[in-house]
Design a protein around this ligand. Structure first.
Ligand SMILES: Nc1ncnc2c1ncn2[C@@H]1O[C@H](COP(=O)(O)OP(=O)(O)OP(=O)(O)O)[C@@H](O)[C@H]1O
Ligand SMILES: [Mg+2]
Length: 309
C-alpha cells in the first residue's frame, strides 16, 4: 500500500532524511519511532504529498507522489503535528469544510461527515465549537478531518501527543479500529505508544532507518539468546531432560514449578515444539511465555546519540 524507496530530503544543504526504504502492507499499522529531529514529520509530509522529496520514490495506494500528486493526496488522510482545526467553527461545520476541501461530491457530503464524526466518537459534540472542546476531543476532530474522505491510507503525526492517559487510550483504540479498513502510519517518540498500537515499527534516527521489524522480532534479534519461561504442574526430571534435548535449547534451570529455558543465540522459533514436548511428557503446562526485552532497551541500543535541533 505504501512503498518508499531511497527517499532523501534536504533542507538547504542539510539532509533531514536520508535513503529511507520501507513498505507498508494494506491494513497494517506501522509505527514510525524516533527521537526529536529524527525526520518523522519530514517523512510524513512527503508521504502525504505536502512536501516534495529531494530524491527517491514514494508511492501510496499505487500513486506516485510526483507523477500523481492529486490522486495520492486523495488517497491519504493526514493528521499533521499541529492539527489544522479552527476553534470558532463547530465540529460538524469544520468536518464538512474539510470534506469539501477534499472534493467529496456534494451528494455524499452528509454521509461523509457522519462517517467521520461517528468513527471518531464526536457524535455527542458535533454541534459544539471546536475551541471549547478538550484537547483530546480536538485531536479527534483532527482525526475526523483526516478520515472524512474515507482514504485508504492514514498518516498520523504524533496523534496522542499532549493528551492525558485516558484520552491516549481512547485515541489508541480509535486508531486500532481504523486498521484493516485503512492502512495507518503513525509517528511517536514514545515507546509504549508503538507497542500498544502498531504491528510493525520503523525505527528512525538522525534521518536514517535504524531498524524495520515487528516488535517481537526486533526484540529477539537484539537479544543474545531468547529466554522462555515455563511453569508446570509436575516438573518431572525426565520431562525436563526431554526439553533439554530439543535443538536450540542451551540450558534449563528449574526453580520449583518454574523452568527457565535459555535458547542458543540466533536459533529458530521453536516455541511450538517446546510446548508439544512438555505436553507429551505430561509436565502439566500452566504457563509459557517469552521473556521480552523492553522496547526501551531496544530503542536505546538503536538510537544512541541525541541530535542537536
Ligand atoms: N522547514 C525546515 N527547514 C530546515 N530544517 C528543517 C525543517 N523542518 C525540519 N527540519 C530539520 O530536519 C530534521 C528532521 O525534522 P523533523 O521535524 O522531520 O523531525 P521529527 O522526527 O518529526 O522530530 P520531532 O519528534 O521533534 O517532531 C531536524 O533536524 C529539523 O531541524
Ligand atoms: Mg515531528
Amino acid at each position: 500500500m505504501i512503498q518508499v524507496s531511497h527517499l532523501t530530503k534536504y533542507y538547504g544543504a542539510r539532509s533531514a532524511v536520508e535513503d529511507l526504504t520501507f513498505e507498508v502492507a494494506k491494513g497494517e499499522i506501522v509505527g514510525f519511532l524516533g527521537p526529536n529531529g529524527a525526520g518523522k514529520s519530514t517523512t510524513m509530509k512527503i508521504l502525504s504529498g505536502f512536501m516534495p522529496a529531494s530524491e527517491g520514490n514514494v508511492t501510496v495506494a499505487g500513486f506516485d507522489v510526483t507523477k500523481n500528486p492529486i490522486e495520492l493526496k486523495r488517497s491519504v488522510g493526514y493528521l499533521p503535528e499541529t492539527p489544522p482545526v479552527y476553534g470558532e467553527m463547530t465540529v460538524e461545520d469544520y468536518v464538512e469544510f474539510a470534506a469539501k476541501l477534499k472534493q467529496v461530491p456534494k451528494t455524499q457530503l452528509k454521509k461523509a461527515v457522519t462517517y467521520a464524526v461517528d468513527r471518531t466518537g464526536l457524535g455527542p459534540v458535533r454541534k459544539r465549537l471546536i475551541g471549547n472542546l478538550s484537547k483530546g476531543y480536538q485531536q479527534r476532530v483532527g482525526l475526523a478531518q483526516a478520515l472524512v474522505h474515507n482514504p485508504p491510507v492514514m498518516i498520523l503525526d504524533e496523534p496522542t501527543v499532549g493528551l492525558d492517559p485516558k484520552q491516549i487510550i481512547e485515541i489508541r483504540e480509535l486508531i486500532k479500529g481504523l486498521a484493516g479498513d485503512h492502512t495507518v502510519i503513525l509517528s511517536s517518540h514514545i515507546l509504549p505508544e508503538v507497542t500498544a498500537t502498531c504491528h510493525r515499527i520503523v525505527v528512525i534516527n538522525r534521518g536514517k532507518i535504524a531498524a524495520v521489524d515487528t516488535i517481537e522480532q526486533l526484540t529477539s534479534r537484539l537479544r543474545k539468546g531468547l529466554i522462555y519461561s515455563m511453569t508446570v504442574k509436575t516438573p518431572l526430571i525426565q520431562g525436563i531432560e526431554a526439553l533439554k534435548q530439543v535443538s536450540g535449547v542451551q540450558s534449563i534451570t528449574q526453580a520449583g514449578p518454574k523452568l527457565v529455558i535459555e535458547m542458543r543465540p540466533g536459533g529458530a522459533e521453536i516455541r511450538d515444539q517446546l510446548v508439544e514436548i512438555a505436553v507429551a511428557q505430561k509436565l502439566g503446562v500452566l504457563e509459557f511465555s517469552a521473556e521480552r526485552v523492553s522496547l526501551e532497551e531496544i530503542f536505546l541500543q538503536l538510537t544512541t546519540e541525541e541530535r542537536p535541533a
